[in-house]
Write a protein of this length. Sequence first.
Length: 594
Amino acid sequence: MKDLARQLSDAHAAVFAALGIDTAYSAVTRSNRPDLGEFQSNGALAAARATGRQPREIAEAAAARWSATGIAAPPTIAGPGFLNFTVTADALAARAEAIAADARAGATLVETPRTVIVDYGGPNVAKGMHVGHLRASIIGDSLKRLFRFRGDDVIGDAHFGDWGLQMGLLIVAVADAVGGLDAAGLEPFLAALTLADLEAMYPAAAARAKDDAAFRQRAREATAALQAGTEPHRKIWRALRDVSLATQKRDFAALGVDFDLWLGESDAEPYIREMIADLEQQGLLEDSEGARVVRVAEPGETRRKKLPDGSTIEIETPNPLIVVSSEGSSMYGTTDLATILQRARNNEPDLYLYVVDQRQAEHFEQVFRAAGRAGFAPREALEHIGFGTVNGADGKPFKTRAGGVLKLQDLIGQAEDAARARLRAAELGASFPPQEFEDVAHKVAIASIKFADLVNYRSTSYVFDLDRFTSFEGRSGPYLLYQAVRIKSLLAKAREQHAEPGPVSVEHAAERALVLVLDAFDGTLARAYDKRAPHLLAEHAYALAQQFSAFYENCPVLAERGAARASRLTLAGAVLAQLETSLGLLGIEIPERM
Ligand code: ARG
């Protein structure tokens, strides 16, 4: 069934058609002045502008014809000719029943499904996942679920960072640790390697490369050798990658984030030679200080750059994309460009979404323009879905007290500790078997982290505050879980009492308000999808839980008898189903009880 805004738009179109007015002006939308009406249209104004008639006159003629629709009472006219609509109780009841009977909780599907690849998560080999990868994982996972739910064929890919200079740095560090690449100690060293070792080795090697030019040069050469397939570089690389992947898979599982493809930069390697030949043939590669680059700036696209001596020069922007470094190796942009070729061949996506930190915007602009120019994928099919940072109280990207990055595993552990304390303080789950209590605490922890992230518009940075995230009050994940569990227990009690749901009647203002929120779901999903903005869905879940609370306070359910009880049970069931669907799309699981 269409949502109320679309039902009203259809009825309004029929009214306009009968009056000989262009139905292009008939859209009815949710009102931003709920005091005047639930829905509104400014079509009379637009139609008047187009035809030179008086808006008020059109509005009055339309209002006079409206009465027979059954969906809304005749609209009131405000100001110069705005129409304000109040939906009939029957139309609300019919809509609520349709949502309650719908396995998709009132959500429609896209008309033309597409194949969509979502690139998210993006952890790097040899670096444990940290709070910075959290947003890429959470937002990407939610977008994947949302697009899939709307009917697209969606492929999620982790795109591990496993092919750049960091690999060369680590190979050289391993070589130094065992006394050379041909040392007998190499095999046993690799066999005993842990992620903790790598996490100590990598920052040390990266720091040394900053001041030690000879070391940096060796790392570059090792990177080129790895990429050329040289041994033992490949063997070392594989060992580093395996150790990292195992831990990352564990971290993703704890977070409840999954991928269809667990590919990385290295998987683009088979496409690179061919890609470079193609770019050469198209005349797109140019020399730049020994490197081969693709220029992507349009004529006149420049920005001022300050030189160390204080003078400024004009440079083209975006910068050219480096495809082959001066050592002959592949860069971050090289593997990203080749990955587009790979994805185009293997998956034929209509849309490529890259859920990556906003600070990489220029990188993606370079890659997307280069891909468009080379004809690997249309520029419009490639989108960078940027996001802001998770900050500390100081407003800077979050660091631990020791100044390091907070590992994902530790972050989840801290959230679980906070969740346990919150549950105990609220005397929730006190009688549960320990295993169930732990499971609830884990779900509360994950809901806290994910909801706190997703409720912000993605480009907004937010402050990491576990205390607030885990609160059972306010706009928080635990609040939503608690409300959902409360409805579950209400419905379980109803079943025990053999109280059956039945036809809906909308009488109380709180019932009316609740059905209007249920009805908004489909439009919200469409907007969240169009804008790649899961926060709209998070806001909807919160509005629904809050409106349910108000309804439950004002409209007794099990204390009622007969038709009123049956109607309210149907409403409660519809709310639970829609809340579960919404939270599911945010990647949030609800415990059975709490
Ligand atoms: N590994 C990268 C990082 O940690 C993110 C990868 C994002 N995806 C991509 N196709 N470049 O910054």
